[in-house]
Design a protein around this ligand. Structure first.
Ligand code: UT7
Length: 334
C-alpha cells in the first residue's frame, strides 16, 4: 500500500481509542510477600494498589495488537496509512515492533516504525503522527503506546519493582479540521540528555553489550522532582498555546507514575483534583501505554464527553517530556 494524501485541513483528529492489559494482576501484598516493602508504604507513596503483568512468553506486540485492534474498531476503520508503536520494551532489539504489529492487524504493507521516548513516548508519537498528517503525507495513523516493563525490571529491587505494570493503549488519528471535536490543538516537547542517568538500563545496548547491569534502574527522588516540574511546565505551555485557563480543562490526563506527582502538578497548575484523571491504583506506571490507557479507561468510566477540553502531560527517561491539548471526539472505548 502506498502513501495516501490527506484530505483534511491540516489538523490531526482523534478518531478511536482502545487498550489492553494482561490478565494477571500483582497486588502490593504479593510484592510484600517477597520484598522488604508493604501495601501501606506503596499505597501512601504512590497510590498504586495493583498492576497487570504479562505471563512468560507474552510480549509488548501482543498487547499492542490487542489495543490497536480495539482502537481501529472504535474508529470504525479497517485500515490506516501508517503505524507507530511507542515503546521502550520492544519484542526484540532488532527489528522494531511496529511492522509485526501492523502485519498482525492485517493492515497490509503500510509504513510502521517504533518511537522510543520512554514514558513520554505517546506524546512524542502523537507529534510524529501529527506532523505526518498535517503535512498531507498520510491521511490516517494508528499510534500505539505499549510497554512490558516487567520484562526489564530488577524484580529484587524494592525501589523500582512496585511502580510498573504492563499494558498498551492506542489511538487512531486522521487528518481533519481544527474545529472538529477530537482535534489536536497544541503540542509541546522537550528533552534534556544530561539527565540520561536518571532512568536507565545501563548495559545490554551498544555502549556495553555484554555488561551485567541489564535491568531497569531509576533515581527516584530526582525523577520525582523533574516529573513535577516538567509536567507542570509543558501543560502551561500547551494551555497558553491554545488559550485555555486551567479552569477550562475538563480532564487532565497526566502520565500515571505516582499519584503524588499528579496531585503536585495539579496543585501547581491550579487544576481541581476532580478533573485529574487517575487509574494508577489499578495499573501502576505502564510507561508509553500510560496516557492512551488512561484515555481509554476514562472513556469507559464516562469521564469524557464530546467536545471536552483535554490536556495531556508526560515525563520520562531521556529525560524527555511533552504535553498536548485536544478536544474530545464522539467515540467509545472498545
Ligand atoms: O515513569 C518514569 C517516571 N518515574 C517516576 O515518576 C517515579 C518518580 N519517583 C517516585 O515516584 C518516588 O521517588 C518513589 C515512589 C520511587 C519513591 O518514593 P520516595 O518518597 O521518593 O521514597 P525514597 O526513595 O525517598 O525512600 C524513602 C524511604 C527510604 O528509606 P530511608 O532511607 O528513609 O530509611 C527507602 O529505603 O523508603 C525506603 N523505601 C521503601 N520502603 C518500603 C524505598 N522503597 C521502598 C519500598 N518499600 N518499596
Amino acid at each position: 500500500m502506498g502513501t495516501r494524501h490527506a484530505a483534511g485541513g491540516g489538523a490531526t483528529v482523534l478518531a478511536g481509542v482502545g487498550s489492553s492489559v494482561p490478565v494477571h494482576v500483582v497486588t502490593n501484598d504479593d510484592l510484600a510477600a517477597r520484598l522488604d516493602t508493604s501495601d501501606e508504604w506503596i499505597r501512601s507513596r504512590t497510590g498504586i494498589v495493583t498492576r497487570h503483568v504479562v505471563a512468560p512468553g507474552v510480549a509488548t506486540s501482543d498487547l499492542a495488537v490487542e489495543a490497536g485492534g480495539h482502537a481501529l474498531k472504535s474508529a470504525g476503520r479497517e485500515n490506516v496509512d501508517v503505524v507507530i508503536v511507542a515503546t521502550t520494551t520492544p519484542d526484540r532489539q532488532c527489528p522494531a515492533t511496529a511492522p509485526a504489529v501492523a502485519a498482525r492487524l492485517g493492515l497490509g504493507h503500510v509504513p510502521a516504525f517504533d518511537v522510543n521516548a520512554v514514558c513520554s513516548g505517546f506524546v512524542y508519537g502523537l507529534a510524529t503522527a501529527a506532523g505526518m498528517l498535517g503535512s498531507g503525507l498520510f491521511g490516517s495513523a494508528l499510534l500505539i503506546g505499549a510497554d512490558t516493563f516487567s520484562t526489564i525490571l530488577d524484580h529484587d529491587d524494592r525501589s523500582t519493582a512496585f511502580l510498573f505494570g504492563d499494558g498498551a493503549g492506542a489511538v487512531v488519528l486522521r487528518a481533519g479540521e481544527p474545529d472538529e471535536p477530537g482535534a489536536l490543538l497544541a503540542l509541546d516537547m522537550g528533552a534534556d540528555g544530561d539527565l540520561e542517568d536518571l532512568i536507565i538500563v545501563p548495559d545490554g545496548g551498544a555502549r556495553n553489550p555484554d555488561g551485567p547491569a541489564d535491568r531497569f534502574a531509576m533515581q527516584g527522588q530526582a525523577v520525582y522532582r523533574q516529573a513535577v516540574a516538567r509536567m507542570t511546565e509543558t501543560t502551561k505551555v500547551v494551555l497558553e498555546k491554545v488559550g485555555w485557563t486551567p479552569e477550562d480543562v475538563d480532564l487532565f490526563v497526566g502520565h500515571q507514575a505516582n499519584q503524588r506527582i499528579l496531585d503536585a502538578v495539579a496543585g501547581r497548575l491550579g487544576l481541581p483534583l476532580d478533573r485529574v484523571y487517575s487509574n494508577l491504583d489499578r495499573v501502576g506506571n505502564t510507561a508509553a501505554a500510560s496516557i492512551p490507557l488512561a484515555l481509554s479507561d476514562a472513556v469507559g468510566e464516562g469521564r469524557l464527553d464530546t467536545g471536552d477540553k483535554v490536556a495531556l502531560a508526560a515525563f520520562g527517561g531521556g529525560a524527555t517530556w511533552g504535553g498536548a491539548a485536544l478536544t474530545w471526539p464522539e467515540l467509545r472505548a472498545q
